[in-house]
Design a protein around this ligand. Structure first.
Ligand code: NDP
Ligand code: DXP
Ligand code: MN
Length: 384
């Protein structure tokens, strides 16, 4: 029985994770849940899964949950609360599914406490990939990818010689504006951007998909998870999101993982690895789909992907700054304070002002993150 803590249980990944666990009560037991402000969903989840401990972002939300749950449960809160959940002694597995760079401290804490990690929170690898991977090597813990592309890559490397990989191809749907000309992006609205063609996900990752920054974050995530240089990581636009990514080997063979766009598949694989369990869901009907399509990404229409490659290659504090500026820009876009193309303008502006720290400590990363957020908030007024 795996004893699981879910950080971000009320979100899209968190809810899908609980659905997987619901299907396998003999395999998985929920011992802790953490979320931000959604007290109603947390109370409902607590009543069903009976975790021993819960964490919420604010003290007031924690108190509401404590009073709303019908059994004696420990409720903690804030950044400290997340660290308590991450290193809980009754758990052996932590699902890291908080959105954004605030997922980094609890992910690192869980690694240092020796927990196996199911990683959805790609921002923690973008912000601090080198430190996270070094910590996982030191602690001897596995980081199992939940992100669909990285799960596909992981599955496509299973039993194959890593040194024979020629390159990996990270597939991308192209997002909500895949076929829009650049001129039309000027007026793109939040409602339009939130209409992802294939996946139902949280707002932040859906906007990142629309700018192609999600693919940029995923390229950096792949660099760290699979220890590959950037010139062996390519992006392939695949509008149907059926092939979740591919690995090309030196003999020309390509291995891929296919499936319907359903996050329960990679989540369950990460939870059950190295086993493969049954899962309820629509089987993939390739005859009904008929055709799959592919094309190269258009970096002129979607420069965020180019920005991410540049930041990843230069390294140091640049990916941290890019990630933080992107989080603020997306937040402001969702709040109606920034245009869609304003997101890339904020990134360019903040990055142009940053002085790169080449071998950052964890404190350097947090300082770069703080600085970039402040800068990105200031830029908003000019491009909004
Ligand atoms: N959704 C998907 O299909 C995929 C997501 N990912 C990645 O997974 C991560 C989560 O994405 P997704 O589930 O879509 O996001 P959602 O926005 O749906 O959920 C985010 C979760 O984080 C919680 N949260 C936010 N702030 C805090 C905080 N300060 N303390 C504790 N919890 C907090 C939210 O709680 P609350 O709602 O209670 O405020 C919620 O549970 C992201 O990094 C994303 O890129 C990767 C691949 C696919
Ligand atoms: C489901 C998942 O893993 C998302 O990260 C997804 O990849 C987003 O779709 P895009 O391919 O549009 O970025
Ligand atoms: Mn993905």
């Amino acid at each position: 029985m795996k004893r699981i803590v879910i950080l971000g249980s009320t979100g899209s990944i968190g809810i899908n994770t609980l659905e997987v666990i619901r299907q396998h009560p003999d395999r998985f037991n929920v011992v802790g849940l953490a979320a931000g402000s959604n007290v109603e969903e947390m109370i409902r989840q607590a009543e069903e899964f009976r975790p021993r401990i819960i964490s919420m972002e604010e003290e007031s939300a924690a108190e509401t949950v404590r009073q709303g749950v019908s059994y004696p449960v420990e409720v903690v809160w804030g950044g400290e609360g997340l660290l308590v959940l991450a290193s809980l002694k009754e758990s052996d597995y932590v699902v890291s599914a908080i959105v954004g760079s605030r997922g980094l401290p609890p992910t690192l804490a869980a690694i240092q406490a020796g927990k196996t990690i199911g990683l959805a929170n790609k921002e923690s690898l973008v912000m601090g990939g080198s430190l996270v991977m070094e910590a996982s090597r030191k602690a001897g813990v596995s980081i199992l990818p939940i992100d669909s592309e990285h799960s596909a890559l992981f599955q496509s490397m299973n039993g194959e010689p890593r040194e024979r990989i020629r390159r990996i191809l990270v597939t991308a749907s192209g997002g909500s504006f895949r076929d829009w000309p650049r001129e039309r992006l000027v007026t793109a609205t939040k409602e339009e951007a939130l209409q992802h063609p294939n996946w139902s996900m949280g707002a932040k990752v859906t906007i990142d998909s629309a700018t192609l920054m999600n693919k940029g974050l995923e390229v950096i995530e792949a660099r760290w998870l699979f220890d590959l240089p950037y010139d062996q990581i390519d992006v392939l636009i695949h509008p149907e999101s059926i092939i979740h990514s591919l690995v090309e080997y030196e003999d020309g063979a390509m291995m891929a993982q296919l499936g319907t766009p359903d996050m329960k598949v990679p989540i369950q694989y990460a939870l059950s690895y190295p086993e493969r369990l049954p899962l309820k869901g629509e089987p993939l009907d390739l005859v009904a789909i008929g055709e799959l399509h592919f094309r190269a990404p258009d970096l002129d229409r979607f420069p965020c992907l180019k920005i991410a490659y540049t930041c990843g290659r230069q390294g140091g504090t640049l990916p941290t700054v890019m990630n933080a500026a992107n989080e603020i820009a997306v937040e402001r876009f969702l709040a109606g304070q920034l245009s869609f193309l304003g997101i890339e303008e904020v990134l360019e502006e903040v990055l142009s002002r940053h002085t790169l720290v080449p071998h950052p400590t964890i404190d350097d990363l947090f300082e770069a993150d703080r600085w970039a957020r402040e800068m990105a908030r200031q830029c908003d007024a000019r491009v909004g």
